[in-house]
Design a protein around this ligand. Structure first.
Ligand SMILES: *[C@@H]1O[C@H](CO)[C@@H](O)[C@H](O)[C@H]1NC(C)=O
Ligand SMILES: *[C@@H]1O[C@H](CO)[C@@H](O)[C@H](O)[C@H]1NC(C)=O
Length: 498
């Protein structure tokens, strides 16, 4: 069958040409969107009214997409719930949903809008991508009818999925991802049966996509990076900031650093719901970020990223997170340790009583070591070193190992772990490490005002120490090594699918 060779050769040649067109870098864009929310209602609105609301949001996203394209961006990410908001029941979300086909159907909604039934949102997103020659990632709702032949089919005869879609620069649907780890109040949506690993190739690298709460779990986030070896993650989110450890920018950027992958994170902007914090994060550095609790406006961010960070010369080395700590002699102290709650988890703390010192604090298998030097030990601020090794059980169940140095809310030790937004104490030096039993540790450093420190000011050593390096005094709110022990999760490899 000699003739069958011909198409194969052509394909091989095409792949070759594609490779030649490969780009070393690309311009990424994310848009933090001040979503226009629907008025809350108990009865569903009409499809027309739902579309009117969605078009208002799409009008804003359109401006951002055009501007990003004008500035040379090849891809833009918009936030989770960015087209219709979030307070819905199963019934009231329904008029907002569209049937989103599997991308294998090879569909450009902009040119064939009616091929799969009513799809005005997909059409508009596709046209925005096509007219501006830019990849567009957005989050919307997918509906899939089912019947009694499927024993899991909901009583109303359909599945609803929280869904990310990506259209390529010609407007073709290239990715559809159903959020696997729903956050608990997402009653309007169903859990997909299995996690999906949604990836697509571009001349500027291989991309994977997941949504918001997914970032805390093994499936599909870690698998996309480790097994599918994506270069960049698209991350639409509607993230409510929760200090000290789960504020959007510090946490998402620490995940990019810990997983050694690019992350394009687009958050909603809604200060009343503590939603702000978007950014473009490379494995070795935060490229750009936005965090604003003062105004109610959206923000476009752009930055150049490497298409294939794994093969770049400054790709960060693998870190052995316990290498230093497990061989270090614990520091002894005659001070008592004390318990403190951090986002419902009971940490073991020890107070930093002097301007310079060394401490070790342990809980179960985890011992955390800290050496530090403050410019001055203030009497109006208290800092503590904490350790936690246990299962977090509020708003989802996931096993954590955390070493943290944080500012207590007041000088009363009972407030250590309660969120606080500003700090005046400056640290000239610190070195934090822990005896982690996991290789998934996300290092973060948050300064007063929930700002990030520049990478010039600290580093992660390959033996697992998170250290200051410049001697520049930093107003630290919190420094943490946030470890995830996925194999101890009650639902291994997934979120709460009970
Ligand atoms: C919500 O209701 C108010 C008052 O009826 C109306 O003016 C406004 O346009 C509505 N908002 C949306 C998003 O429909
Ligand atoms: C802290 O420990 C280091 C060695 O690890 C030592 O050089 C230093 O003197 C100690 N500092 C204090 C204040 O105990």
């Amino acid at each position: 069958m000699v003739t069958s060779c011909f198409p194969i050769c052509v394909i091989a040649l095409a792949a070759c040409v594609l490779n030649a067109g490969a780009l070393d870098t690309f311009i990424a864009a994310v848009y933090e969107h001040a979503v226009i929310l629907a008025n809350s209602t108990e009865t569903p609105v009409s499809q027309e009214d739902a579309l009117t609301l969605m078009n208002k949001n799409l009008d804003v996203l359109e401006k951002a997409i055009r501007l990003a394209a004008e500035k040379g961006a090849q891809i833009i990410v918009t936030p989770e719930d960015g087209i219709y908001g979030w307070s819905f029941t199963r019934e009231t979300i329904y008029p907002y949903l569209e049937d989103i086909p599997d991308p294998q159907v090879n569909w450009i909604p902009c040119t064939e809008p009616n091929r799969f039934g009513r799809a005005p949102v997909q059409k508009r997103l596709s046209c925005l991508a096509r007219e501006n020659s830019i990849f567009v990632a957005a989050n919307m709702g997918d509906k899939k009818e089912c019947d009694a032949s499927d024993s899991n089919c909901p009583p109303d005869g359909r599945y609803h999925y929280n869904t990310d879609v990506v259209f390529d620069s010609e407007g073709k649907l290239v990715a559809r991802y159903h959020k696997y780890n729903l956050f608990l109040p997402e009653v309007q949506f169903n859990y997909p049966k299995d996690p999906s690993h949604v990836t697509f190739d571009t001349p500027f690298g291989k991309f994977g996509i997941f949504t918001c709460f997914d970032i805390l779990f093994y499936e599909p986030a870690v698998v996309l990076v480790n097994k599918f070896e994506v270069d960049s993650i698209l991350f639409p989110t509607a993230w409510m900031n929760t200090l000290p450890h789960l504020s959007a920018v510090p946490f998402h950027s620490s995940w990019a650093r810990g997983m050694r992958v690019n992350v394009l994170a687009a958050n909603l902007h809604k200060t009343i719901a503590h939603m702000t914090g978007s950014g473009i994060y490379a494995p070795e550095a935060v490229k750009v970020y936005y965090y604003d609790m003062e105004t109610e406006s959206g923000q476009l961010l752009l930055s150049e990223l490497k298409s294939r960070p794994r093969i770049s010369s400054n790709y960060p080395p693998v870190v052995d997170w316990s290498a230093y700590a497990k061989n270090a002699k614990p520091f002894t102290s005659d001070q008592p340790s004390f318990p403190g709650l951090v986002f419902f988890d009971e940490f073991t703390f020890i107070e930093l009583t002097k301007d310079v010192g060394n401490y070790t604090v342990c809980q179960k298998d985890l011992c955390c070591h800290l050496s530090y030097k403050m410019s001055e030990k203030r009497t109006d601020e208290v800092y503590a070193l904490g350790a936690f090794d246990g299962l977090h059980t509020v708003d989802g169940e996931y096993y954590l190992q955390i070493c943290t140095l944080l500012k207590c809310q007041t000088t009363d030790l009972k407030t250590c772990g309660t969120p606080i937004a500003s700090a005046f104490t400056k640290f000239e030096a610190f070195s934090l490490s822990g005896t982690f039993t996991t290789s998934y540790v996300f290092p973060q450093l948050v300064l007063s005002g929930t700002q990030l420190a520049s990478e010039q000011h600290y580093e992660v050593l390959s033996d697992g120490r998170l250290e200051s390096r410049s001697g520049v005094p930093l107003p630290i709110l919190e420094v943490a090594l946030f470890g995830r022990v996925y194999e101890k999760d009650p639902f291994p490899g997934q979120g709460d699918h009970s």
